[in-house]
Design a protein around this ligand. Structure first.
Ligand SMILES: [Zn+2]
Ligand SMILES: [Zn+2]
Length: 342
């Protein structure tokens, strides 16, 4: 019986024509850029400075203003800051000579069409309104490495004998031997010293769940976000089972009924013709099949047990069967469920 049953189920499988069904159930997800950008005031780079140095005033002052400032309604810079920036750039080179502070300030207001104002204090402030430093947008990581270099400069010139406390905002370390200063300071910048290597398949954005703040102060405890793509693939039978399949199914059903009939009761002629209307059986003598000898009953019990074990064995195969007709599919499901209990 096991091989017969296997052949019958295989027959069902061979005759089913299936198509792929794809169901996209991707949920609502949000992404944010993985690189955090930040802005900082533009500083003259070497090329810009070298280009400016030989130019005669007042052209140099205007060129410098164009590099360092932008017009921004609502912005302001103090006249002292403006003058100091100009002086820092050019005072080391006295040829060509620098402009006096009043000229630099006047040039700025002329160039950006703004005014210099006195804001009564205390403290009284002399400002130029509606201008702002030109900003550079850079990766936060780069900013961090620049800051790191800057802090290391301080460490170099830190002239302390013996031990010292770390001045890094919340750092609790209060006794660092002098030769460990640098190594300790670097621990606050670990990221800048480990090149971030990204798998080429990794996206430039981070997926976050809708109710999450970004950046999360507690990234290890944030709610896991939904996956970016959730697709369910399945197969669906598209053809009606051909007559050979129906015959095979009927045979399987008969074997199933025989195996799973209540063992306590003596087997009876199947009243509903195994679910197939119109199937008629040869009606034997009504009483003939009803009462069985005791040893026949024992044989039946043993046979049923083996049949059920066989159905348990082909359950996996049966699970691949999919019949378009719902009632017939209900039979398959029923057989799978029954086989599962074996
Ligand atoms: Zn500093
Ligand atoms: Zn520290």
């Amino acid at each position: 019986m096991p091989s017969v049953l296997r052949i019958l189920v295989t027959l069902l499988l061979l005759d089913q024509v299936q198509e792929n069904v794809t169901l996209d159930i991707t949920g609502d997800y949000h992404t944010v850029p993985s690189a955090v950008l930040s802005t900082k005031d533009h500083e003259l780079n070497k090329t810009e400075l070298d280009g400016l140095l030989p130019i005669h005033e007042p052209k140099r002052c205007f060129d410098w203003l164009a590099l360092m400032f932008v017009k921004r309604p609502g912005g302001e810079i103090t006249q002292v800051d403006l003058w100091n920036l100009y002086k820092d750039a050019f005072e080391l080179c006295q040829d060509p000579p620098m402009l006096p502070a009043s000229e630099v300030i006047k040039n700025a207001t002329t160039m950006f069409g703004t005014q210099s104002l006195v804001i009564q204090g205390p403290p009284t402030k002399f400002i130029i309104q509606d201008i702002d430093r030109r900003k550079d947008t850079i990766l936060a990581d780069k900013l961090k490495s620049e800051l790191c270099e800057h802090v290391l400069q301080h460490v170099k010139s830190y002239d302390v004998e013996g031990e010292a406390a770390c001045l890094w905002s919340t750092c609790p370390v209060d006794k660092i031997p002098q030769d460990r200063f640098r190594a300790h300071v670097l621990t606050h910048f670990w990221q800048a010293h480990i090149p971030a290597e990204r798998n080429p398949s990794q996206s430039d954005t981070i997926t976050i769940s809708p109710a999450t703040n970004h950046p999360d102060p507690n990234p290890t405890q944030r709610n896991p976000p939904l996956p970016r793509s959730t697709v369910i693939n399945s197969l669906r039978t598209v053809n009606d089972a051909p007559s050979v399949s129906l015959l095979a199914l009927l045979c399987i059903r008969i074997l199933f009924r025989a195996s799973f009939a209540a063992v306590e009761a003596a087997p009876k002629v199947d009243a509903d013709h195994f679910g197939f209307p119109g199937v008629t059986e040869e009606t034997e003598d009504e009483d003939g099949g009803q009462v069985l000898e005791e040893n026949t009953l024992i044989n039946e019990k043993e046979g049923g047990r083996r049949g059920r074990r066989t159905f348990g064995g082909i359950r996996k195969l049966l699970e691949a069967v999919q019949i378009k007709d719902e009632v017939l599919m209900g039979w398959i499901t029923e057989m799978i469920n029954a086989a599962m209990e074996e």
